[in-house]
Design a protein around this ligand. Structure first.
Ligand code: C5P
Length: 220
């Protein structure tokens, strides 16, 4: 089985690039961020203190998470409800970042993530795929871009959706999420030793796609 691990900070273009690469290569795309977002959504809806590991861990037995591929797109179901849209809210990204720091949450998702890669070719994106989830991945890529470049792209994306966001606020959120993700004790965001570093600050989507595809094909 071939597994491609793509890790990196939020807003580097990981999920759009990963989705397109997976379709192009004929691999199954697994978005692990969506799984953390779903737990963040549930915990936020329950009014839990997201930074309290015990409070969040106590909710895990109530969560049934299903990942289904529908028309080539990953849909996430939380206790039977399709939450694929709801988990994309900015606040839920923050909630995901908070709950993902708790070891019980990470353990809860680890088996699901590993089993998805056990019997099919996958392209999995996240923060700890190359370091923890799939340490023996066929190809590992660390995809990054400067916080400013990521904030600019995020603002543009939000504008296109008709939501206005101040650049400074988006940049501050990105920096805060980077800090949380890189400083947590368990599975922090960091480049695996054997990962290829790809920086997309100064290249556009198509150039990033071409570079990533070439990198993957060179390694499989
Ligand atoms: O990639 P995305 O922005 O959807 O991820 C949301 C949050 O989930 C991240 O900020 C990170 O804290 C967490 N996450 C993680 N490990 C992963 C994927 C996401 O901790 N493999």
């Amino acid at each position: 089985m071939i597994s491609v691990a793509i890790d990196g900070p939020s807003g580097a273009g990981k999920s759009s690039l990963a989705k397109r690469l997976a379709a192009d290569l004929g691999y199954v795309y697994v978005d692990t961020g969506a799984m953390y977002r779903t737990i963040g959504l549930y915990a936020a809806r329950q009014g839990a203190d997201l930074h309290n590991a015990d409070a969040v861990a106590a909710l895990l037995p109530q969560i049934r998470l299903d990942i289904r591929l529908e028309d080539g797109t990953q849909h996430v179901y939380l206790n039977g409800e399709d939450v694929s849209e709801a988990i994309r809210a900015e606040a839920i990204g923050m909630a995901a970042s908070a709950v993902s720091a708790h070891p019980p949450v990470r353990n809860f998702l680890l088996d699901t993530q590993r089993s998805l890669a056990a019997n099919q070719n996958v392209l999995m994106d996240g923060r700890d795929i190359g370091t923890v989830v799939l340490p023996h991945a066929t190809v590992k890529i660390f995809l990054t871009a400067s916080p400013e470049a990521r904030a600019q792209r995020r603002c543009k994306e939000l504008q296109e959706k008709g939501q206005n966001a101040a650049y400074e606020t988006v940049l501050a959120d990105i920096r805060q999420r980077d800090y949380q993700d890189t400083h947590r004790e368990i599975a922090p965001l960091k480049q695996a030793e054997d990962a290829v570093l790809v920086d997309t600050s100064d290249i556009d989507f198509d150039q990033s796609f071409a570079l990533l595809k070439r990198t993957i094909l060179e390694h499989i």
